[in-house]
Design a binder for this molecule. Structure first.
Ligand code: HEM
Ligand code: HEM
Length: 188
């Protein structure tokens, strides 16, 4: 198993970051959906507390993932892809990273503005980022939902692009993000 990225393949660490974050983001949408259907009460508070803890975990993992990416360049796009697709891929990956950081930040700022300190799984309480303010609360509350919609749509486009690479272009762009694929992963 190769931990670092190679010229042709994502390494195990980059893959682990990718797939753990995918699972956590899906969890976030499920928890938010559940919170939406619950009446005010303990179950709602517990669901939102879990949503906040998982969201902060995504924030930390996204930062670590970017640090790892900076230390360990990712494999280049296949040169057979048209230039516009290479640019679109770059822009969409930047946007995905931005959303993985912005969504939790908006949530954290929303909670700080509401004067609800964010607890991470009951283990640690995070510092408030801003002073309580009704206006700021409204801004970050109103912003959290459209950001989630953009993330949702972008993730769908991203998945469609991965499937297109695999089934139409028949290159190994999807395979190189999959842990069980050994192709192209020669040890250096
Ligand atoms: C990548 C991370 C996150 C994702 C994908 C995400 C996604 C969502 C979604 C889809 C909703 C439902 C929006 C709606 O229909 O109103 C929501 C609501 C909410 N999120 Fe997040 N969230 C994330 C991180 C966080 C964090 C870190 C916090 C707080 C520390 C947070 C706090 C909240 C709260 C309090 C609500 C309920 C808002 C309301 O009163 O309607 N979220 N989130
Ligand atoms: C919440 C959902 C997802 C998010 C936020 C996400 C995010 C990302 C990001 C930020 C990258 C860029 C990695 C880098 O080069 O640093 C990436 C790459 C990739 N993702 Fe996802 N991803 C998601 C779901 C998926 C799914 C479901 C698939 C498979 C169908 C997938 C397949 C890929 C592939 C194949 C790459 C590598 C692309 C390349 O080599 O240029 N992703 N993803």
């Amino acid at each position: 198993m190769q931990l670092r990225n190679s010229e042709t393949k994502y390494g195990a660490i980059a893959q682990l970051f990718h797939w753990v974050i995918v699972v956590l983001v899906v969890t976030q949408f499920v928890l938010a959906q559940r919170a939406d259907s619950l009446p005010r009460g303990l179950a709602l508070l517990q669901t939102l507390a879990l949503h906040k803890s998982v969201g902060i975990t995504i924030f930390a993992l996204a930062l670590l993932r970017l640090l790892w990416r900076w230390m360990n360049p990712v494999p280049p796009m296949p040169s057979s892809s048209p230039r516009w697709q290479q640019i679109a891929s770059r822009i969409s990956h930047i946007a995905l990273y931005a959303l993985l950081l912005l969504m939790p930040l908006f949530g954290w700022l929303m909670s700080s503005a509401r004067n609800f300190p964010v607890s991470w799984f009951g283990i640690a309480t995070l510092p408030d980022l801003i002073a309580p303010s009704e206006k700021a609360y409204e801004f970050f509350h109103e912003g959290h939902e459209p950001l989630a919609k953009v993330l949702f749509v972008l993730a769908l486009v991203h998945i469609a692009a991965a499937l297109k690479h695999h089934f139409i272009d028949r290159d190994d762009v999807l395979l190189r993000m999959l842990p069980w694929n050994r192709k192209g992963g020669a040890e250096h």
